[in-house]
Write a protein that binds this ligand. Sequence first.
Ligand SMILES: *Cc1c(COP(=O)(O)O)cnc(C)c1O
Length: 428
Amino acid sequence: MNYYSLNNKNQHVSFQEAVIKGLAPDRGLYFPSTITPLSQSFFDGIELLSNEEIAFHVIQQFVGNEISEVELKKILTETLCFDFPCVLIEENVYSLELYHGPTMAFKDVGARFMSRCLAYFNKDKNQKNTVLVATSGDTGGAVASGFLGVKGVEVIILYPSGKVSDIQERQLTTLGQNITALEVDGVFDDCQDMVKKAFLDESLQHKNLTSANSINIARWLPQMFYFFFAYKQLKKHNKPLIVSCPSGNFGNICAGILAKRLGLPIAHFVASTNANDTVPQFLQTGKYEPKPSVATISNAMDVGNPSNFVRIQEMYNNDLKEFEKDFSSYTYTDEETKFAIQNIYANTGYIAEPHGAVGYLGLKNEMHKQQNSIGLFLETAHPIKFLDVVESVLNIQLPIPKQIESVLGIDKIKVKIKSYEDLKNFLG
Ligand SMILES: *Cc1c(COP(=O)(O)O)cnc(C)c1O
């Protein structure tokens, strides 16, 4: 399977090279050169397939023959070792709970898949890769856990000081082994900029740097699975399906759109954002104007310049009219988000955390416009990951799940950095 750089369509690389490089040398994101829809019989019989079988059908064309069928199936079994339930919370509205993995964040799937692909590509080599990743919240913990102990891979995680929750910080600072956390004096965009700069820095060539953000195809592509797993559960309704993704870097929703390109019948996508409203603004004005991120209670979506948006534009040939048929985007304040958490709980008993609540709000907005549909919002993290907000807004105490309990008593170990120079000195 080939991938091209979105900055130069004539530059093709293999799946392996795209995974190892992360970002193309010209700074473009990689994109698959062909997208072949899946057969009708696959969709007709999807309820009879296991999650691993569905995932194999979905991902195989994007991996090609670069990983053998047996190995790929093994990677998928290890990646998908937990549930992805669609929970009915009110009439016609489902929450797709993506938080039943080891770090209770949806990014577990992408991180586990990518780490195993890298380990596979490194198995006969003596080389080491350094995964450099910027996190605004949940990526860090999922990457740390997904890559822990993976041979030949050193992981360095940059996170904005004071902008991630205590539990999130613990998840990325307490593992040790091949995982190091760098606490950056700045916001998420500063972390992301440093990471991007390091990738282009000739003097760091010897570190074999790669990314584990959703710019990496091995992080991004497996996110398609969620939409297929949801369809498998909701197909029985036989109604148009609207899916709302709480969006930050737009990797998840971009994977959903790719799933639709494979033939998955999703009628409409909603990108629900917090106050970081670059994309909702774009749909209003037709101008894409990135801006510095602002801090919100749904901090994993505090992104002012969503990296994956260029991939979405590629899939629509930059045609705004076509794009708008499939896609809406709405922005919500922290006040509206807190109010939604309260309302959902009061009316249905369901506990949503801030990202899921933003997704819920966007979904409901779209469902008013498109009656007689089934709505799904992605619940991208367990409420415990945002315990401060959820407990104070609902005035309840959440029980601590065992996945989280295990990091609570351990000391945080991290290195503080201020500038790109500090990062460079640290990498050496
Ligand atoms: C990363 C993340 C998001 C945003 O996903 P994108 O793919 O970056 O749009 C939403 N919610 C949570 C909890 C996350 O960790």
